[in-house]
Design a protein around this ligand. Structure first.
Ligand code: CA
Length: 457
């Protein structure tokens, strides 16, 4: 059974008023992330605040080197902290590098060539990118077997709406705004336009779920497309873009910079939902099983560090830095305190558990990669008719999950390191969304059947 004790005991403190954050240096903080070469020194800072290495000779990793890609958003904090606070080094990964990626497509291309070709061994992914790469679906038919090793974070994402659409009822439940959105063309000369940063993965799923739950078909009633973040925000400013599915710290900027308002946070759509993951090339993991577990132990310890409220100010100081997110500390602080200005007359959110969580949430482990969550992402891919190659039924989907998801390695690493909060099942059980829809991992077809708006037959 699903355990929502954590959800019901969560508290929201409602505060009134608009953000008083003042003006920010937009050009610098809304720009594209620097290219890989710009950030080649990103991880060169001396590390070593962690305790002396607990690594015995038997546990000694096959290599101290691994190159992990990341995107400069809240999801990557665990990887950055593992590097900067010396947790990778503590477990023997003294040569671990974290490498800023210019885009999701760049990350995919870099893992396709691997670190030996100048790319990366793995890193941060939206889902189900590792499964799609493994099957060659987003890599031009070339199969790049990947292993999902850990979840990086829960929550921390949201749906932003441009100020042009204020006062129309675009909140968590948009059913009262459905006609406004569907009739947008007749009054504006174009369809309601929404963006995400990469197709067929998390941020595409979140905004599709939100539209469809409110009675808007994201494939036919609106234009929904992949657009770089900076271009999307510029479009929201000048009235050519209406909504944006995005992650922290963007939701904060949208309101603070008076670009628009938050329609919903993803934690309101699906509390404690799976977000982004660590996955590494299967050939690297197979050749370096001890190093893989060392990476996992370093990440896990970093995730525990990240979730201590006492460490959040230092986390912000590190991640906001020029080598990492390159944003003002003021922009990154509120989401890490669980503070979100929603705008458009909606109450602000002020709840630590509403922000990004890295290690533990009221439903248990955040870091553990539940197979039931991989199945939701792939079921949602079926829902929208996304390309799934040879994954033509749920048996084949489950077979790919069993191949790609290495929760066994997560479990071994956690046990070896003596960490608590290790789940006993590979399923988190039934998931419930804000509109009452349930996803039972035992019966994904029943979930598909229950949905009114979908492409799946
Ligand atoms: Ca995300």
């Amino acid at each position: 059974m699903a355990d929502f004790s954590g959800f019901t005991r969560r508290k929201f403190i409602f505060t009134a008023g608009a953000s008083a954050a003042g003006s920010l240096l937009l050009n610098s903080c809304l720009g594209n992330p620097p290219s890989d070469t710009d950030s080649a020194d990103a991880g060169d800072t001396a590390s070593g605040t962690a305790a002396p290495s607990p690594v015995s000779a038997a546990d000694s990793p096959e290599t101290p080197n691994v190159k992990l890609g990341y995107i400069p958003i809240a999801e990557s904090a665990g990887l950055i902290i593992a590097k900067e606070k010396g947790f990778f080094a503590k477990y023997g990964m003294t040569g671990a590098e974290v490498s800023k990626q210019a885009s999701w497509a760049a990350a995919r291309d870099n893992v396709t060539i691997g670190s030996q070709g100048g790319g990366i061994d793995g890193g941060q992914w939206q889902m189900p990118m590792p499964h799609l790469m493994t099957e060659g679906i987003i890599t031009n038919g070339q199969k790049i077997p990947m292993y999902v090793l850990a979840q990086l974070v829960t929550q921390g994402n949201g749906i932003a709406v441009s100020g042009k659409n204020a006062g129309q009822g675009l909140g968590l439940d948009i059913s009262s705004a459905a006609d406004y959105i569907k009739n947008f063309q007749s009054t504006n000369g174009r369809k309601f336009k929404a963006a995400h940063t990469f197709p067929h993965v998390n941020q595409d799923f979140w905004i599709r779920y939100w539209f469809a739950a409110g009675g808007v078909n994201p494939d036919t009633d609106i234009d929904l497309l992949a657009v770089p973040s900076a271009e999307t925000v510029q479009g929201m400013r000048n009235g050519t873009m209406d909504a944006f599915s995005t992650g922290d710290p963007w939701p904060y900027r949208i309101v603070a910079d008076d670009i628009g308002f938050m329609g919903a946070l993803t934690q309101q759509i699906w509390p404690f939902h799976p977000e982004e993951y660590l996955a590494i090339r299967a050939d690297w993991v197979d050749a370096n099983p001890k190093a893989t577990k060392a990476v996992l132990k370093g990440l896990m310890e970093a995730q525990q560090w990240c979730d201590d409220p006492a460490n959040r100010a230092e986390l912000v100081q590190i991640c906001a830095g020029r080598n990492y997110f390159n944003v003002p500390v003021d922009v990154l602080t509120p989401p890490y305190e669980g503070k979100y200005e929603m705008g458009d007359g909606k109450p602000a959110v002020d709840d630590f558990e509403a922000g990004p969580l890295y290690w533990k949430d009221p439903r248990g482990s955040v870091s553990y990669p539940y197979k039931s969550h991989d199945l939701w992402f792939l079921t949602e891919s079926v829902r929208w008719g996304f390309p799934l190659g040879e994954m033509t039924d749920f048996d084949k989907i489950r077979a790919v999950i069993d191949k790609v998801n290495r929760e066994d390695l997560w479990r071994e690493a956690a046990q070896e390191a003596g960490f608590k909060d290790i789940p006993t099942e590979t399923s988190r059980g039934v998931e419930t969304f804000f509109d009452g829809t349930e996803f039972d991992p035992e019966n994904p077809q029943a979930y598909l059947d229950s949905l009114k708006i979908k492409k799946a037959a």
